[in-house]
Ligand binder design. Structure first.
Ligand code: GDP
Length: 363
């Protein structure tokens, strides 16, 4: 499944957020470096459509798609040069598909801030500098190899050198590689697995009071900054989410209503993750279950089927496809077929978000 790394300075609320996400009690303490091993939690992606489909089709088993969250603690100033538990953490960051960067916006005198005061933009700059420094090291190492390739008259080596120079320039200027490179360049750089090339969301950790208040200068500054950079910023109250995570469904609805929210911050965060990564959800069913799957936007149906079982891709014949809402409106597959809404699609068809799919294949 998709993996998301939670990063940020110590004491910004990473573990609190992670715990809320996984509801598991990893240790939280007002102490930098308290979570040394990366904690890994598998989180179901909340999806109303899955619930409604399963109800309509009378299936007991509902299997949501999942996101793997990794709590990556210990990123501090100097991490890229081995400060704190530096390089170890950078290695963990390298393994994830995207990053949620938790930025502390809440004021709390009991909780020590590592640089002494709450300053989200400075915090972001500290973390991103470490990521950039690590990337510069990667680029410099690669450039040494490329020089050898140029001497050996390797095809494409000169072009790669020019690209690497450009990356180095961006990094030295404090930019994020992902925001400044086009798709083709990103594809060429994919092998380097640069940290600053990973999609990122700023999770602005605000207090419950800030959540309820209409004006929040700290958050507004952060949103303006993120907007300029082309990065998504999602306000979230980690502490509140941790409390919400302890409640049952009915209590939760009440609680959220009191805060004027229609869904929990975690729910919204996971949705942002999906949007950022350009993911769609499709649904499959059999006699006993309905299941949600995530795929990249624009995936042809055989490849999507291949996620379920390799045979479904290699032996693909056709797929019966209907949008989930249309199916719900029809009441069942028979009515949908009679109305001509259940479409038979071939191997060129690209799945749309919310498609309900039945794959016909030769095994
Ligand atoms: P980490 O080092 O980034 O993982 O931070 P933790 O999640 O361990 O949080 C550090 C401290 O800040 C803990 O004492 C938390 O209870 C506290 N904390 C986390 N989020 C919030 C929040 O939204 N509001 C307040 N007031 N305290 C928080």
């Amino acid at each position: 499944s998709l993996s998301v790394g939670i990063i940020g300075l110590p004491n910004v609320g990473k573990s609190t957020l992670f715990n809320a996400l996984t509801k598991q009690q990893a240790e939280t303490a007002n102490y930098p470096f308290c979570t040394i091993d990366p904690n890994i939690g598998i989180v179901a992606v909340p999806d109303e459509r899955l619930e409604q489909l399963a109800d309509m089709l009378g299936r007991e088993r509902k299997i949501p798609s999942t996101v793997k969250f990794v709590d990556i603690a210990g990123l501090v100033k100097g991490a890229s040069s081995g400060e704190g538990l530096g390089n170890q953490f950078l290695a963990h960051i390298r393994e994830v598909d995207m990053l949620v960067h938790v930025v502390r916006c809440f004021q709390e005198s009991d909780v020590t801030h590592v640089t002494g005061n709450v300053n989200p933009l400075e915090d972001i700059s500290i973390i991103e500098t470490e990521l950039a420094l690590a990337d510069i090291e990667t680029v410099v190492r690669r450039k040494e190899k490329v020089e050898k390739l140029i001497k050996a008259k390797e095809k494409g080596a000169q072009k790669e050198k020019e690209l690497l120079n450009k990356v180095e320039e961006i990094l030295n200027a404090g930019g994020l590689v992902r925001e400044e490179m086009d798709g083709e360049q990103m594809a060429l750089l994919a092998e380097l697995n640069l940290l600053t090339a990973k999609p990122i969301i700023y999770a602005a950790n605000i207090s419950e009071e800030q959540l309820l208040s209409d004006t929040n200068d700290v958050l507004a500054d952060l949103e303006t900054y993120a907007g300029k950079k082309g990065v998504a910023a999602a306000p979230i109250s980690a502490q509140l989410e941790a409390e919400v995570a302890e409640l049952d469904d009915i209590e939760r609805q009440e609680f959220l209503k009191d805060f004027g929210l229609d869904s929990s911050g975690l729910h919204r965060l996971i949705k942002s993750v999906y949007r950022l990564l350009g993911l769609n959800t499709f649904f499959t069913y059999n006699e006993t279950e309905v299941r949600a799957w995530e795929i990249s936007v624009g995936t042809p149906v055989p490849q999507a089927a291949g996620k379920i079982h390799k045979d479904m891709e290699t032996g693909f014949i056709r797929a019966d496809v209907i949008n989930w809402q249309l199916l719900l409106d029809c009441g069942d597959f028979v009515a949908a077929r009679q109305k001509g809404l259940l479409k038979s699609e071939g191997k060129e068809y690209e799945l749309a978000d919310g498609d309900v799919v039945y794959i016909h294949f030769r095994s």
